[in-house]
Write a protein that binds this ligand. Structure first.
Ligand code: NI
Ligand code: MN
Length: 236
């Protein structure tokens, strides 16, 4: 599968993606060091200009603080997460909310809804709730649009997301248990009316039982290209 001119997308496993565009490196949902499936060579970066967060769960954000302190990127996420990170000494945060768009590294980032929860366990064992879980739409300068759904089940407003933003590519969770599995994801592709989908958030650990094979079977009647990206693979 090919992406539009000049955009490089690398899968670090689970819901973590690195995007390189015009000299900028962006990281979505940084679960890197403790991510059991992330290849070692992808655990460090030459530089990092932005981190984009969908929600606060450990498998999306546990490495955000050390990575942000090491590479000093702009960190973008829902207002509660931005504030929480600020309190932990992370600089250059941008907090916003659903429906809003911010521009980082020349990429327009719009926060859209997701149907999930958002929390993190503090060092003392208490749970901090971090606002709501979200999805994001990335719109690149050349017009190409990627929808990263975050963690979610299927919801009817995916139709609205598809109609308003008309993404070219969706990164959809299919693993089941913590997110939708293949059955709901197949319905999501229909609601989104999306040309291409890359499945994510499956196979990381045994409990995430959804498979690409089943997702493919359930979307067979739809006009959608399901691309099974490999961990560590870069599309450009
Ligand atoms: Ni989650
Ligand atoms: Mn997750």
């Amino acid at each position: 599968m090919k992406l539009n001119n000049g955009i490089k997308l690398t899968w670090l496993g689970h819901a973590t993606y690195k995007i390189e565009v015009e000299d900028n490196t962006l990281l979505i949902d940084p679960w890197v060091d403790s991510n059991p499936v992330c290849p070692d060579k992808l655990k460090t970066f030459e530089k990092l200009d932005a981190i984009i967060l969908t929600h606060g769960h450990a498998d999306h954000m546990v490495d955000a603080i050390p990575i942000a302190k090491k590479y000093t990127p702009t960190v973008v996420g829902i207002i509660e997460i931005a504030k929480w990170l600020e309190n932990k000494g992370v600089e250059n945060t941008i907090g916003f909310n659903k429906g809003g768009t911010v521009t980082v590294c020349g990429v327009k980032v719009t926060m859209v809804t997701a149907n999930h929860s958002s929390s993190i366990t503090e060092d003392d064992g208490t749970i901090a709730y971090l606002g709501e879980a979200a999805g994001i739409i990335l719109e690149f300068a050349n017009g190409y649009k990627i929808y990263h759904a975050g963690d979610t089940n299927v919801f009817g407003d995916m139709k609205i997301i598809g109609e308003i933003y008309q993404p070219d590519l969706a990164l959809l969770p299919i693993g089941d248990h913590f997110t939708m599995g293949p059955r709901e994801a197949a319905y999501a592709t229909q609601l989104l009316n999306i040309p291409s989908v890359i499945p994510m958030h499956y196979g990381t650990f045994p409990i995430l039982t959804g498979t690409v094979e089943e997702f493919r079977k359930l979307t067979a009647s739809q006009d959608v290209n399901i691309y099974e990206m490999q961990i560590g693979e870069t599309l450009e």
